[in-house]
Design a protein around this ligand. Structure first.
Ligand SMILES: O=P(O)(O)OC[C@H]1O[C@H](OP(=O)(O)OP(=O)(O)O)[C@H](O)[C@@H]1O
Ligand SMILES: O=c1cc[nH]c(=O)[nH]1
Ligand SMILES: [Mg+2]
Length: 212
């Protein structure tokens, strides 16, 4: 797995305000959307394109356009929904599949409660979006679903990742014959005893949408 942490002062500034505990939900939602746009610029660096003949007011030329099959963006509900708008704005031809996953707060194991993905993902580039990569259980399971359906190129985009989660993904997904990339706004220090990222930002889903 290739891991990229884009080094940009705007990412650092927006992440700092996102982490701050008194940042309210409307501001948190706006920052999450802005951050994903900045991260998506890096995450889509290898998006597939094909030549496209056009005519400008001055004459003919050949440019590029996003290829088919269309890229698939997969937000992991709930918190991943907070990154969806920013991602599809940058990737206009993308289709969207949904995975609902909830981490059991005692065992820290992910449980899937919704799965609305195309059956056949052969030849498709997929972008999985979820703000937090903690133990890595959620992301590992979602990447496996995509590979089982034929996805041949996967990029995960997170706002914050824990070193333990990155190690777990390397271990769990190392045997897959599909290129996997991770683009994250930051790699934090560690996980605490409850599986929360330190310093992190708390529970991303709750901060976006309230406590359920
Ligand atoms: O790497 P892991 O240890 O698996 O944890 C990360 C997951 O935990 C959070 O979701 P949560 O389960 O809180 O669901 P929510 O989005 O509905 O709040 C987060 O958005 C990830 O999906
Ligand atoms: O720190 C964490 C860990 C898992 N899920 C979150 O929302 N935050
Ligand atoms: Mg949550």
């Amino acid at each position: 797995m290739r891991v990229t942490v884009p080094d940009h002062p705007l990412i650092a500034h927006k992440l700092t305000y996102l982490r701050k505990k008194d940042t309210d939900s409307p501001t948190f939602r706006r920052l999450a959307e802005e951050l994903v746009t900045l991260l998506a610029y890096e995450a889509t660096r290898e998006v597939r394109c094909e030549p496209f003949d056009i005519t400008t007011p001055v004459g003919p030329t050949t440019g590029l356009k996003l290829s088919t099959p269309k890229p698939l963006v997969v937000p992991i509900l709930r918190a991943g929904l907070g990154m969806l708008e920013g991602m599809v704005r940058l990737l206009p031809t993308a289709e969207v599949g949904f995975l609902g996953m909830l981490r059991n707060e005692e065992t820290l194991e992910a449980v899937t409660y919704a799965n609305r993905l195309p059956d056949d993902l052969s030849g498709r580039q997929c972008y999985v979006i979820d703000p937090m990569l903690a133990t890595g259980g959620t992301l590992a399971m979602s990447i496996r679903y995509l590979v089982e359906r034929g996805a041949d190129d996967i990029t995960a985009v997170t706002l914050i990742a824990a070193p333990e989660g990155i190690d777990a993904l390397e271990r769990d997904l190392g045997g897959l014959d599909v290129p996997i990339r991770l683009v994250t706004g930051a790699i934090d220090e560690k996980l605490d005893a409850n599986g929360y990222i330190v310093p992190g930002l708390g529970d991303a889903g709750d901060r976006l949408y309230g406590i359920v």
